[in-house]
Design a protein around this ligand. Structure first.
Ligand SMILES: *Cc1c(COP(=O)(O)O)cnc(C)c1O
Length: 407
């Protein structure tokens, strides 16, 4: 069963209304056209689809279940359901598009997958896919993040990937993107830049969305089977927007389903640099090869952004989200760092599930809806598990939740 909306957008040039497109140097233009053509072939090819379906089932462990969070529901007065992407192999939804990108690269005869990573989650998922499919893998990572996210660096190395430090500027995510981009420009033929969300030039926002749409396709069937109908509300956190598009796509034409995206309000929405609420406070602009809402500083450059969740820390957003915001189909609201951490402990202690801090933004948003009087059902995407976050949370917030320093 395919959703018709999925095929209606983007147009042949990669536009979702006025957003998306491809704003890249001429050397990369022909490569993107090649990737788009190869993808078009793959998505129609039964052998490609069968192989991806096999990996989703037997490697990732799909379908991921839906869990009715009864304790949370009883306390907050709405019927809250979790789509358990945290149970996937490697612990989040990212493996869904990494496997798709790796199979596509293999099919195109590429030798190497390259990407940037911030906290290391995309790097680990891509290194995993590269190991499985039999491709080399270079992951670019800021030197500061390499220090901070040591366990993920070790994982990538064990999986056989090279981790290449970005040593200029602030030595974090943006510099990692610069370095990966530079390396890609040098050799766009034997390598492929496997983008980590529904962002970047066409065809990546479409392709990553299609690979992730398995989330919503499964959820729709599962929810119908469990309850006999559709959920009243969907909720997902929005960084670049891939887990959100993954859940939303199957439901876009179901007008009775209200759809909500939760952006990070960080420490304050009133101070530039203290949040990453792109759709809430941004304006249309172009960065990283595509047009979308973005947070600009006074010179029109991407703002410094902050979120307690490093996976949500991005000054732009997937172009389809910009389209859906303007079309009024999806409501975008915000969740602060503190609200996310509160939801992190609430889900851990009421349901026995430790969520990623990114996913905790979706949990917090669902709780807000309930507090505002929503009595119907809320299906939220639990995009990942919190193992990666436990040391950070205990160090910075432990004593507020009755945990003394463990070290
Ligand atoms: C990377 C990440 C996100 C944010 O990315 P999207 O493209 O917005 O989905 C959200 N949750 C988890 C667990 C992640 O690892």
């Amino acid at each position: 069963m395919q959703n018709t909306f999925e095929h209606a957008l983007p147009d042949a040039q990669g536009y979702f209304g006025e957003y998306g497109g491809s704003f890249i140097p001429p050397q990369l233009e022909s490569i993107m056209i090649e990737i788009a053509a190869a993808y078009e072939e793959c998505r129609k090819d039964p052998a490609f689809r069968t192989e991806l379906a096999r990996l989703y089932k037997h490697f990732v462990g799909r379908p991921s279940p839906i869990f009715h969070a009864e304790n949370l529901s009883a306390k907050y007065g709405a019927d809250i359901y979790l789509k358990r992407e945290d149970l996937n192999h490697t612990g989040a939804h990212k493996i869904n598009h990494c496997l798709g990108e790796a199979l596509l690269a293999k099919k195109m005869g590429k030798k190497k997958l390259i990407a940037e990573t911030g906290a290391g989650q995309h790097g680990v998922a891509l290194a995993t896919a590269a190991a499985l499919v039999g491709l080399e893998c270079d992951i670019y990572m800021g030197e500061v993040d390499i220090q901070k996210e040591h366990p993920n660096v070790v994982r990538m190395r064990i999986l056989g990937a090279n981790v290449i430090p970005a040593t200029h500027g602030r030595k974090t995510l943006k510099e990692a993107v610069d370095s990966a981009f530079e390396a890609y420009m040098k050799d766009p033929v034997s390598q492929i830049y496997a983008i980590g969300s529904v962002v970047g030039p066409h065809p990546f926002p479409m392709m990553v969305r299609d690979f992730q749409s398995i989330i919503g396709n499964e959820a729709k069937e599962q929810f119908k089977e469990m309850t006999g109908g559709l959920p009243d509300n969907l909720v997902a956190c929005v960084g670049g927007g891939s887990n959100a598009m993954g859940l939303f796509t199957a439901f876009l034409e179901d007008d009775e389903v209200a759809i909500h995206g939760a952006e990070p309000a960080g420490r304050s929405l009133n101070v530039e640099g203290e949040h990453a609420a792109t759709l809430t406070l941004g304006e249309p602009g172009i960065m990283h090869g595509f047009k979308s809402y973005m947070l600009k500083d006074k010179d029109g450059e991407p703002q410094e952004v902050h979120s307690v969740a490093s996976g949500l820390d991005y000054p732009s957003v997937g172009p389809q989200h910009s389209y859906l915001k303007d079309a009024g189909r999806v409501n975008y609201g915000t969740v602060s760092d503190d609200e996310a951490i509160d939801a992190f402990f609430e889900l851990s202690r009421l349901e026995g599930i430790i969520p990623a801090i990114e996913s905790s933004h979706a949990v917090a948003y669902a709780l807000k809806l309930a507090k505002q009087g929503e009595k119907g059902s809320i299906l939220l995407n639990l995009s990942g598990r919190g193992d990666k976050d436990i040391d950070f949370v205990v160090e910075h917030y432990g004593k507020d939740y009755g945990i003394e320093s463990l070290i």
